[in-house]
Write a protein that binds this ligand. Sequence first.
Ligand SMILES: Nc1ncnc2c1ncn2[C@@H]1O[C@H](COP(=O)(O)OP(=O)(O)OP(=O)(O)O)[C@@H](O)[C@H]1O
Length: 475
Amino acid sequence: MRMSHGPAGSWDSDGPELLPRGHRVGDWIVDEPIGAGGWATVYAAHPADPEGQDGPPVALKVMPTAGLAPRQARNVAESARREVELGRTARHPRLVRLLGSLVLTAPDRPSLDGAIVLVMERARCTLRELLRSPVDEAEGARLITGICEGLAHLHRSGWVHTDLKPENILIGEDGEVRLSDFGFAIELSGTHGFSAPMGTFDYLPPERWNEPLGEQGVRVRPTADIWALGIVVHEVFASGAPPFPGATPTARGAAVREYAEGRLPLRLDPAVPEFWRAFAADCLAPTHAARAAHTAERLLDRIAARTTAPSRRRLRRAVRRSAFVALGLGAAAGGLLWSYAGPGGVGEGAVRIRVFNAERGCQDRTDRAPECSLGLAVDPMRPYTAENVVPTRVWHGDLLDADCRLPGGQPIVDEEDRGSSVWLRVRLPRAGTPATAWLPEVRTRDRPALPRCAGPAYPARPGLTGMDPGEPDAR
Ligand SMILES: Nc1ncnc2c1ncn2[C@@H]1O[C@H](COP(=O)(O)OP(=O)(O)OP(=O)(O)O)[C@@H](O)[C@H]1O
């Protein structure tokens, strides 16, 4: 896997041979190097034609191929092809603009002769550089909105970025976000595409650490970008600090896997404002299935709803809170209005259902491997994050007793992209506290006739208890 490189904008003088200032590349004259990645050095440049001096500033991304093993050279050429293809087909104000591409002729510099050059609009700096100074909430919101706009457009156009990180989020001369570095972007074929097993450790979603490597590579879906977005949102408000603990990217990767297995809670920096904490937590939902409901498009809607209708939202929250208080008082005064038989909560009339794991590689395993375990929610109305998952895990084929179904909960999409917002209330296999939990309906193929859940069966959560299960959560 490719490791993350140093801070963007810094460039390593021990790196590859550099083009000298004044060197002509196509219609451009090289100024100075402004950045470097694993595959390329990026230079500021100006037009060779004095008539064109008034044009926008450009950057030349030079990707050498000389001296590389044939497979590496093919990878570089393929990466350039993708950038060109995406630049041609998916133009958008939030994506860096590709102005052209050419092959460098530099017979006096054999290591650069034949390098592929992408000519792009030049940005002022990267998000990584911007985050060296604290960003206030309004500025952070503006930047994250720009990133979501770029991602929503990419995903709508059938691409996954796969390498979203502050080094690849540029800030244009106008101060607006431009997503860049599409060398690893994957074109979707249906719901997913396949990528070489590469990426920057700190931004890889948990499933990428276990995803089987097939002939075509590892499976990639837009939820991978949403995970990376969650990390970036945290970094924006926490002065560039990652949300997962560990001194190295490898250690943080291990923490990500512990979190996904329910052994480590998600601890976001207190500096992240409330709205963005919930936002980041949803982006960092531990599975593809739990994350799939939070598309870039829906996240944009959520930001817009917050920006345009704060008073209406506050009002709805207040109404809910008062409904909760009223219900709480009623219950205290008169005992519970409804009750489910037995201390386990799941009463008579329960129906046995079989757990189904859509991950093919998990269906034949009997070793109850952690990576094949499935979670059960504490509260089906709340984001399906590690804090909302009971400690008990279940595996493909396990039998559970369910006694009612709840429509209108958190939408969940499984690994085969079947989606549902229906949840089933189940008794936990080993009696404990809590005695019941919630299984997303996508996690079973059984469809027993169950009554709709009602009454105080919802786990206590101020502001949601007593709410009509059909009403979406408007936080
Ligand atoms: N259009 C641009 N304007 C200004 N700076 C840029 C531009 N494109 C890239 N850079 C700078 O160059 C750096 C490297 O660019 P880029 O990420 O595209 O290279 P890469 O070799 O593909 O990187 P990676 O190793 O992440 O794949 C960026 O982090 C940024 O600092």
